[in-house]
Design a protein around this ligand. Structure first.
Ligand SMILES: NC(=O)c1ccc[n+]([C@@H]2O[C@H](COP(=O)([O-])OP(=O)(O)OC[C@H]3O[C@@H](n4cnc5c(N)ncnc54)[C@H](OP(=O)(O)O)[C@@H]3O)[C@@H](O)[C@H]2O)c1
Length: 389
């Protein structure tokens, strides 16, 4: 029987690549529900190609346009209600969570509570609410299958390994477009340069996070929850070629790595076909053409977001939710041209310093911390009359 999938964030980078995977394996997958923010034109094309039973746009006016164009083709919903309906749609086996940001939290929890397996791309959900998400997944017996290439790599290396025999995991980081830059050089980088990632084409938010290295900090937290590691057991190494997607080290000193071309369709496909592997036509890694692989330590003094994320993780409670929300807000300001690149992490640090973490066991507490952090970023930004330099 075909696996029935829902994609939350179908119009984004991960969503579109998930549909490519589904289109290449029509005997394996049926696309049942699609949800996105406001891109009605792309969602309309996806409806024509994949014939879902439910399509959702969060934004009301965009949903109304979609309904006018495609209303006869499938059920169309909007708002939070629509996202929750897509997440928990009865005829779905696995939900791909590829919304960007904390907006993914409630739908992910709804999918888990409806007993759906989760192909998890939306890392912000685990960062903000890791403890809650894990507890709900255990309660409802659902699997959290990583889509992020690093976490998929670790997950793949772990197959057949006893967890007691794992000593640490090593996340690789490309280093982003500004590897080797000094803080002085970072003062003047442009929005265009930030959005030009050397190896991956991704959504704007994660591309900015890759340039600050906040993305790797968020991934450290994601790894902690997915693989049950302590902070000291998660290392980060810069590997600019993005061929080794991450590694594990076992207690006897063996290192297992997962390698491949930088192509998100591979981890997406593995999450969807797990525990099986399927033939595909994607380009293959050629060891002769690959050239030299480089590994080096991250420049933690220049890219301080990485240690800030470890710090928030160690603080625990609502601190990671605050770091995450402050970062989302600061990245939005950067993308709008309102603050400079270096101010992103400065703002996050200031907000985190002001926060007194409390336990993060329920969604209301987590979302209150998230809202507080967003307001703090705005407050500091306006207090300084614009850019907080
Ligand atoms: N891209 C990658 O290669 C990659 C790799 C690893 C992990 N991830 C993670 O995957 C997630 C998605 O990343 P992405 O790069 O695919 O992002 P993206 O290209 O920006 O796509 C985001 C998706 O979320 C939708 N969306 C945004 N705000 C929404 C809202 N309020 N309500 C409903 N839908 C909303 C967008 O819809 P509209 O287009 O209609 O606005 C779009 O479909 C992130 O958490 C990211 O960290 C991405």
């Amino acid at each position: 029987m075909r696996k029935r999938i829902a994609i939350l964030g179908s119009t984004g980078s991960i969503g579109v690549q998930t549909l490519e995977v589904a289109a290449a394996l029509p005997e394996q997958f049926e696309v049942v529900a699609l949800a996105a923010g406001s891109n009605d034109q792309l969602l309309a094309r996806q409806i024509e190609l994949f014939h879902p039973k439910l399509a959702v746009l969060h934004e009301q006016r965009a949903a109304a346009r979609l309904k006018a164009d495609m209303g006869g083709c499938c059920e169309i919903m909007s708002g939070d209600e629509g996202l929750l309906a897509a997440a928990s749609y009865p005829e779905v086996d696995i939900v791909v969570t590829s919304l960007v940001g904390t907006v993914g939290l409630r739908p992910t929890l709804a999918a888990i509570r409806a007993g759906k397996d989760i192909a998890l791309a939306n890392k912000e959900t685990l960062v903000a609410a890791g403890s809650l998400v894990l507890a709900e997944a255990a309660r409802h017996g659902v699997r959290l299958l990583p889509v992020d290439s690093e976490h998929s790599a670790i997950f793949q290396c772990l197959q057949g390994i006893n967890r007691e025999e794992l000593s640490r995991i090593i996340l690789t980081a490309s280093g982003g477009p500004f590897r080797g830059y000094s803080r002085e050089q970072l003062k003047t980088v442009t929005r265009e340069a930030v959005l030009r990632h050397p190896n991956w084409v991704m959504g704007n938010k994660i591309t900015v996070d890759s340039a600050t290295l906040m993305n790797k900090g968020l991934e450290v937290m994601e790894a902690k929850w997915l693989f049950g590691m302590s902070w000291d057991q998660i290392a980060v190494v810069v590997h600019p070629q993005s061929i080794v997607h991450s590694m594990i080290e076992t207690v006897d000193g063996t290192v297992l790595a997962q390698m491949g071309l930088p192509d998100m369709r591979l981890p997406i496909q593995y999450a969807l076909t797990f525990p099986r592997r399927c033939v595909n036509q994607f380009p293959r890694l050629d060891f002769i053409k690959m050239g030299t692989l480089v590994f080096e330590p991250p420049a933690r003094d220049v890219f301080s977001a990485l240690d800030l994320a470890y710090h928030a993780g160690r603080l625990g409670g609502t601190a990671p939710a605050v770091l995450n929300a402050a970062n989302e807000q600061a990245v939005s300001l950067f993308l709008a041209g309102s603050i400079s690149f270096l101010r992103i992490v400065d703002l996050v640090r200031r907000v985190l310093e002001k926060h007194a973490p409390v336990r993060a066991d329920d969604i209301d507490t987590i979302l209150a911390a998230d809202q507080w952090a967003r307001h703090e970023v705005q407050r500091i930004y306006h207090e300084k009359g614009g850019d907080v330099s």
